[in-house]
Design a protein around this ligand. Sequence first.
Ligand code: PEP
Ligand code: MG
Length: 323
Amino acid sequence: QRQEWAKLVDAPSVSADGRKFEIASNIGTPTDMADVLKVGADAVGLFRSEFLYMDDSQLPTEDEQFDAYKRVVKVMKGKPVVIRTMDIGGDKQLSYLHLPEEMNPFLGYRAIRISLQRQEIFRTQLRALIRASKFGQLRIMFPMIATLEEFRQAKTIFNEERQKLQADDPGIGDDIKLGIMIEVPAAAIFAEAFAKEVDFFSIGTNDLIQYTFAADRGNECVSYLYQPYNPGLLKLIKHVIDAAHQEGKIAAMCGEMAGDAVALPLLMGMGLDEYSMSSSSILRTRSMMKSLDTTKCAELVDHVLDNALTNEDTQKMVKAFLK
Ligand code: PEP
Ligand code: MG
């Protein structure tokens, strides 16, 4: 099996019936790029920029960030690199930011909510990203978007910083695509409105499942509520993918579910375009994708959504399908 997988390094990610998809890597630091190259990922679908903020006792400078982003973008040689802006808060605390203590950190002051309030931090990051975009195909993604106004504000700030940089460097950042994580149910439910304004979606199932089932993703006592195959959740995901496609936009996924073998035929059947996962899952997924026919996967999705009532029902149906 390993030998078969080795042949798939740098191979295209296609289904049995020849539909092309993208299988991408999630990374946490530029040093993870060695693994990305080893498996020949089609893209970097999620670069979690938090490490820049967590590794130090003060905020990273614009140049420090620029260096890190540039390194990753350059290594990918023109393949897409999706960099997510600061997703601090929730379980990721930064002592030097002096954030208030909260009763419900996961429902509190985090990610884009901090970025829009502490704009000096956000603007520094955006400038570093815009500058690094000269070295490849860099895309920017905002985490924890719940409302259209949040996205519009973030986009306005991005446009302002880009315009300032363009005074010295005309055209810089002109082709940067702006996307959002779909990880808050309010955004998933209203995906049709967001799809008109963003360039792409990336479904963050780790948080989307946490918030949809109201179950802390790190709490063992409620881990049975992590239900990626629950038909209600699958409907929500399908709605997001359909909404993106309705507007001609890319639908990606970068939560754990994107690299899950039971979820794969369902997601292919829904037409999800990009699957971003840990590099260690890429060859296994590419191999499995090659054996799956998208028309049959779409039939499976219909069958599941018409008949399954529980997470376990879906699991059984997919396993029968795979046999
Ligand atoms: C997610 O929420 O699914 C996600 C990819 O982001 P993180 O795990 O970093 O919260
Ligand atoms: Mg998340």
